[in-house]
Design a protein around this ligand. Sequence first.
Ligand SMILES: Cc1cc2nc3c(=O)[nH]c(=O)nc-3n(C[C@H](O)[C@H](O)[C@H](O)COP(=O)(O)OP(=O)(O)OC[C@H]3O[C@@H](n4cnc5c(N)ncnc54)[C@H](O)[C@@H]3O)c2cc1C
Length: 496
Amino acid sequence: MVKMPEPDPEALAKRDRIVGALREIVPGEGVIVSADEMRAYECDGLTAYRQVPMAVVLPSTTEQVSRILRLCHEERIKVVPRGAGTSLSGGALPLTDGIVLGMGKFNKILDIDLENRTVTVQPGVTNLGITRAVEHAGFYYAPDPSSQIACTIGGNIAENSGGVHCLKYGLTTNNVLGLEMVLPNGDIVRLGGKHLDAEGYDLLGLMTGSEGLLGVVTEVTVRILQKPETARAVLIGFPTVEQGGDCVAAIIAAGIIPGGLEMMDHPALNAAEDFCHAGYPRDVQALLICELDGPAAEVDHLIGVVSGIARQHGATYIKASESEEERIAFWAGRKNAFPAAGRISPDYYCMDGTIPRRQLAYVLRRMEEMSQHYGLRVANVFHAGDGNLHPLILYDANKPGELERAEAFGADILKLCVEVGGVLTGEHGVGVEKRDLMDTMFNEDDLKQQQRVKCAFDPSQILNPGKVFPTLHRCAELGRVHVHRGELRFPDLPRF
Ligand SMILES: Cc1cc2nc3c(=O)[nH]c(=O)nc-3n(C[C@H](O)[C@H](O)[C@H](O)COP(=O)(O)OP(=O)(O)OC[C@H]3O[C@@H](n4cnc5c(N)ncnc54)[C@H](O)[C@@H]3O)c2cc1C
C-alpha cells in the first residue's frame, strides 16, 4: 500500500478557523464539513484509497478560487483540486489535513466560436458536454476518454487524458489552446488563448498533465474539429494476441493512421460482449477495432487495404460496420470494457502503461507469466495504435492478501513497460498509484529538476502534496541550500 504523508497537527488545529474563513469566501452551502457528506469526496476512481478531508469547498467564481488559495497559502493548508473524481491514479484523493477544492460548479459553456473553431468553457464542464454543445453544427471535441460522460475538462487537462481517437487527433495537450488558472498564492494568470501559438516558454504544455500540482484551472479554450464526412469501424479477429499485435504495427507501418485502433484480448472481449452485445466474435483470442474516417471513397479504399494487411497477419474474422448504428455498437463494447470487467470479478485494478508498439506481443506474453505467478487473472484492453496498455487485474478485495498481490502484479507490469523502453503512464497520470515507481523511470536528478518546477509555482507546496513525487523535498532543499558532506537536511521533514 502506498503511504501518505502524516497529517500535520498544526493544520488540523486550525480547522474551525479555516472553515469560518472559507464560509466567508463561499457563503451558503458551498462549504461541507459533516463527515457523512464528505464521504462522497473520500476517494476518486482509485477506490482502494480513501481519506476524508478536513473540509470540502465548492466555489463558483475565479475570484473565490483565488481567495481560497491565498488563504490556504498564507495558512499553509493543503488543497486537493477535484473535478468529477474519476481519476484512476488517486490524483483527487483527499488529504486528511487539507481541503478538497471541488470545481463542479464551474459548469458553463462560455463561448462557441465556430469561425475560429474554438470553444471556451469552465473546467467543470464534462468532456462530452463540449461535443454536445457543438455537434448541431457538425463539430466535435476529439480527445474522448471512455469516462467522457462524467469526467471534466479540468481533470482532462490535469491528467492529459486520451481516448480512442487520440492516435490520429492527439491527446488533450494537442487540443487545448488556452487556460485561465489560479496559482497557489492566489494570483490569476492566462496562458495561450484562441490563437495557435504563444510567445515565451510553453507554460500551457507544462500545465497539461501537471496533475493538480501547479495551479487550479478556472477556464479552458479548446480546439474543435469538423466531424469527418464518413467513419466506419472494422472488427478484426485473430487466433493469437501476437498476430493482432503484429497487425497493428503493420497498419501503422503502411502509412495509415486510423481514427482509432484498439485491441482487446479474449477475456476482455467476452466480458464486453456479455455486457453490451456489441456483435464481437467470441472464438478469437484478440480483437482489433480499427476506425477509418474521412471522405467516403477514401474510407472504402482504406478498409480494403487494412483488410488485406489483416489477412496477411492471419486474421480469421473481418467485419466492417455498414451503418452508423453498427459503428457505435462496435465501439460500445470497447468503451464499456471497464464496467464489463466488473461483471467477471468483484474487483479489478486498471493499469496504464505505454510501450513501443513492436514490444506488444512480448509484453503480453510476460504478463501472462506474471498472471500465473501471482495467481490472478488479467483482461487486456489497449489503445493498441499508441502502445498504451490497460491491463485489468482481476481480484477480490474480500480475500486477504489479494489487493496487495494485485498491486504487486501491477507494479511489475509497469516496471516491464519501462524495461522495454516505455513509460509508467499513458493517460491516467501518476497520482499516488505510481508515485513510488517514479524512480524506476527517473533518476534522482531528473526528479529533483521536476520538483524545482513545482517549487517555482508552489513554493509552500500546498497544492496536492504527496502525489506524483516519491520523496518530499522542501523547496529550499532543492536549490538554495548546500548539502554538507551528504548529511540529511531537514531531518524533521516527512519522507514517505
Ligand atoms: C470508467 C473509467 C474510464 C476511464 N477511461 C479513461 C480513458 O479512456 N482515458 C483517460 O485518459 N482516462 C480515463 N479515465 C480516467 C479519468 O476519467 C481521467 O483521468 C479524467 O481526466 C479525470 O477527470 P475528472 O474530472 O474526473 O478529474 P478528477 O478525478 O477529479 O481529478 C483528476 C486530477 O485532476 C486534478 N484536477 C481536477 N480538476 C482540476 C482543475 N480545475 N485544476 C487543476 N487540477 C484539477 C485533480 O487534482 C487530480 O489530480 C477513466 C476513468 C474511469 C472511471
